[in-house]
Structure formats: C-alpha cells, structure tokens
Design a protein around this ligand. Sequence first.
Ligand code: CUA
Length: 320
Amino acid sequence: MPAETGLRAMLGGWPPAVLDPAGPYSKPVTQLSWALLVGGGVVFLIVLAALGIALWGKRAVRDRLGGDRAIWIGGVAFPVVVLTVLLAWGLWLTSDLQARGPRPGEMRVRVTGEMWWWRVAYLDGAGRAVVQDANELHVPVGQSVLLELESADVIHSFWVPQLSGKMDMIPGRRNLLRIQADRPGTYGGQCAEYCGGPHALMGFVVVAHTPESFRRWHAQRLAPPPPRDRGRGEALFRSSGCAACHTIAGTPARGLAGPDLTHVGSRRTLGAGILPNNPGTLAGWIAGSQAIKPGNRMPDYKQLRADELNDLAAYLAGLK
Ligand code: CUA
C-alpha cells in the first residue's frame, strides 16, 4: 500500500483508492475491471485498424478481409462469445460478495443511506442494534463482515472500492454485501449513486483494526458512556436545540434525524468523510456547514458567538 500522505491521511482514506484491493471481495472486482479495461482497449485498436483498412487499405486487402464473413465473425460471433464468457466469469468471480444471510458468528452491521450521510448500527446475533454510529465503520482484519444496506429516503450506493464491490441502497429493500479488509488501515468510501444536492460529498470511512485493537474498540463502545463535562458546552448543546436532531447516549439528547453524536469526538471525519475532525472544524461546521456542504440538512448556527462555538466544539470533541 502506498504511504498515506496529505489529504488522504488527514481524512482517513478519503478520497477512496480504486484498483488497489485490500481483501478477498475486492480482488475479483479489480480483476474484472482490469480485464474489461485491457480487453476493451484491444477491441478498440482492432476497430481502429478495421476502419483504417476500410478507408485507406488496398483493394485486394479490403476484398479479402471484408464482406459477409467479416460481419458474421466480427459483428455476431465475436461479441456473442466474448459477452457470454464475460458474463459467466463475472458472475462466478463475484458470487461470494452477495449473501443470502449471515454465516454462523459473522459480524453484522446495518448501514442506512440518508441524505447525505450514513447511519451505522452494529447488530447482535438476533439482529438488534447494540452500537450506533455514523459515517464510519470499524471492522477486525481478516474477517468477513456482512452489511445490511438500507435507505431512509432515496437510492444511494455503498462503495468502499478497496474492500468490496458496489451495492445500491434502495428504499424498502435490504441488500446484503460482504466486505473484508486483510490489512489494518483506513479505507475510504463514497456514495456511488446520484442522490441529489451534495451527493458528491457523501463519503464514508472503514477503519480495519488488528484483532486486539478491535476488541478494545468494541469494549469501549459497549461500556456505559463515561461521565460528561457538564459545563457550558453541554448547556449550549441543549439551549441551541441540537438535541432535536441528535442523540448523545446518557444525556436527554434523543433526536433521530441526524447522526448519533455519542462518540463523535472519536470519528475520523466530519460531514460524512469530507473534513478532518478536530475542534476547529467542528466549530466551523456548526457555524456554517451550508458553505462547506451546500444543501445538507444541518442549518447554520450563526447566532453563536466565537467563544460559544469553541465551548460547544470542545464538548463534542470530548465525546470519544
Ligand atoms: Cu447518497 Cu449519492
């Protein structure tokens, strides 16, 4: 893997890398992509050569290569054989990505596409949500994870190119997709179906942990939330109406319209994969997210003074 530098390191794997598979479900997609790219290039060169011969070739060469036989071979037999082989090969290669249901003991996560972010719920064996998060998915390396992909509004498409194929999220449906990372790291994702407004700014991050680090992360998320700073930041969160849309476990904030903020301070990014997460960007996002991600559903909070913004951002950044 190339060293993570610049923007990609800052944003944790975003923008996503393609054709650089990091697990078994992405490899066949990469193979297929290369085969199509190289095969398509070869066919393009053959067509150019045929065009050149038709325009400028000698009469004798044109007569020998052209005619009905060329149409039957080049126009009918060749496409039928090539497309049939590609279809069969593609279905066989990607048959593991799609799942009918979880394997015994397999980790399950429900990811719901919303305009224009991702709701993430880690499920127990019975399919109940035990941990809520947003825009970020934590997985152990070397294990397949079953994603239940849903949509709350319009069609989105879940795509983390280094870990799996691409799958649509369709309102009223549940699509299943397997992902797996075989090396620790952060992997960027992106909504791959135009869903209006800031579709291009609907990013996603998968963090792949070593087994030990994943156990720590999981235990921390399952533990009751640590005591909060009951200072001015939390008071501002309440008085500004944030709780109407956001949940913070262990507090009265129970809103469901926006991302769960219980652990917002530990997330890699803000605004669904588009900003590095720190108190400065948090304050900027609260004051003017419409300038950063035009059309997103969070209003600007321009009424807050700079010192108030800083207190509010410090409170949120402390929610690890
Ligand atoms: Cu969601 Cu495009």
